[in-house]
Ligand binder design. Structure first.
Ligand code: NCD
Length: 308
C-alpha cells in the first residue's frame, strides 16, 4: 500500500512523517488564529466527505479544513446517498471516480472499509475512523495538543483510560505514541482491554490509582455502547465509580497532567464535568481546534503526495 498516497492509519507513518505533519499543522494553528484563513493550496481540487457513521467534530473539521485550503467540499452522508438503496461500497467508489474526486475522507463502521476503497478509487483516501481499527487524524491532533503543552512528544507517561477494546482512537494513539517513544499505559476493566494488547508495547492496569500514578497525560475514552455486543460493564454508575475520571483519581497523576478526551463525552460516565471543564487541566476544547489544523496539514500533504 502506497502510504504516500493515502492516510489509512498511523501504521504506515514514521517518526519523520509524523513530525513533519505536526510542524505543518502548527503553522496552520497560527494562521487559523490570525483570521487570515483562506488559502489556495487545494484550489480546483474536490474533497468528498463520505460518512457512513455519525460524526460532528470530525466531519465538520474536515469540511472546514478543505474549505480553508480552497477545495470544493462535498458532504455525502449515508442517509442521503444511494448506499441506503443497496449500492455497494465498490459501486460508490466507481461513482466517485467518475466525478474526479481528488481527496476522499471516509468513516465507516467496518474496520478496513477505507483500505478497500483506497484500492478502487483514484482519489487519496483519508481514514476518518473505521470500526475499531484506526482513526489516524485523531491521534495526530492529540499529538499536536500534547506537543504544544509539553514541548515534546516523547518520553511522556500517557494513561489511556476506559473502553480501549472498542476504540479506534486508542489504537491509533497507541501506535503513534509508542512509535514516538512514550510510555503508554492502558487502564480499564479486563472486559474492555483486549487480551494480548501488551504486544503493542503498552502496560495494562486495572486500577486507576496505579495506572494514573505519575502520568503526564490522562486520556479518557467514551464508553462505546453502540459497539458492545454484550453488557461488558455492570452499569454506568459502577463504571464511573471505578474508572470515571474525577478529581480524586486525577490526584494520582503528575501535578501538571493534561486531561484529554476525543469526544463526544459521556459526562458522569467516563469523565466528571468538574474535570472536563477545568480550564487548567483539560485541553479537550483545544483538541478540537487542533483537529482543523491537523486535517489541513494532512489534506495538503496528501494533495502534494509528500507525506513520506
Ligand atoms: C471518536 C470516534 O468516532 O472514534 N470520536 C471522534 O472522532 N472524535 C471517539 C468516539 O466516538 O467515542
Amino acid at each position: 500500500m502506497a502510504y504516500s498516497r493515502h492516510l489509512l492509519g498511523i501504521e504506515g507513518l514514521n517518526p519523520v512523517s509524523v513530525t513533519s505533519l505536526l510542524d505543518l499543522a502548527a503553522s496552520y494553528v497560527l494562521l487559523n488564529r490570525s483570521g487570515k484563513t483562506q488559502r489556495d493550496a487545494l484550489r480546483g481540487r474536490t474533497l468528498v466527505n463520505l460518512f457512513f457513521e455519525d460524526s460532528t467534530r470530525t466531519r465538520t473539521s474536515f469540511e472546514l479544513a478543505g474549505k480553508r485550503l480552497g477545495a470544493d467540499v462535498i458532504n455525502m452522508s449515508v442517509a442521503t446517498s444511494s448506499v441506503t438503496k443497496g449500492e455497494t461500497l465498490l459501486d460508490t467508489a466507481a461513482t466517485l471516480n467518475a466525478m474526479n474526486c481528488d481527496l476522499l475522507v471516509v468513516r465507516h463502521n467496518r474496520s478496513g472499509a477505507p483500505a478497500l476503497l483506497a484500492q478502487k478509487v483514484d482519489a487519496a483516501v483519508i481514514n476518518a475512523g473505521d470500526g475499531t481499527h484506526e482513526h489516524p487524524t485523531q491521534a495526530l491532533l492529540d499529538a499536536l495538543t500534547i506537543r504544544r503543552h509539553k514541548g515534546r512528544i516523547s518520553g511522556l507517561i500517557v494513561a489511556i483510560c476506559g473502553d480501549v477494546a472498542h476504540s479506534r482512537v486508542a489504537r491509533s494513539n497507541i501506535l503513534l505514541l509508542t512509535m514516538m517513544g512514550n510510555f503508554v499505559r492502558l487502564v480499564g476493566p479486563p472486559t474492555l482491554i483486549p487480551a494480548g494488547i501488551e504486544g503493542l508495547g503498552v502496560t495494562v492496569f486495572h486500577d486507576m490509582a496505579a495506572g494514573l500514578s505519575g502520568a503526564d497525560i490522562v486520556m479518557a475514552l467514551r464508553l462505546q455502547k453502540e459497539r458492545m455486543s454484550a453488557g461488558l460493564v455492570p452499569s454506568a454508575r459502577e463504571f464511573f465509580n471505578f474508572y470515571g475520571l474525577d478529581r480524586a483519581k486525577l490526584s494520582h497523576a503528575a501535578p501538571d497532567a493534561l486531561v484529554m478526551h476525543p469526544g463526544p463525552m459521556n459526562r458522569g460516565v467516563e469523565i466528571d464535568s468538574d474535570i472536563a471543564d477545568d480550564p487548567v487541566r483539560s485541553v479537550i476544547r483545544e483538541q478540537v481546534e487542533m483537529g482543523v489544523a491537523v486535517r489541513m496539514a494532512v489534506l495538503e500533504s496528501l494533495a502534494k503526495g509528500n507525506n513520506r
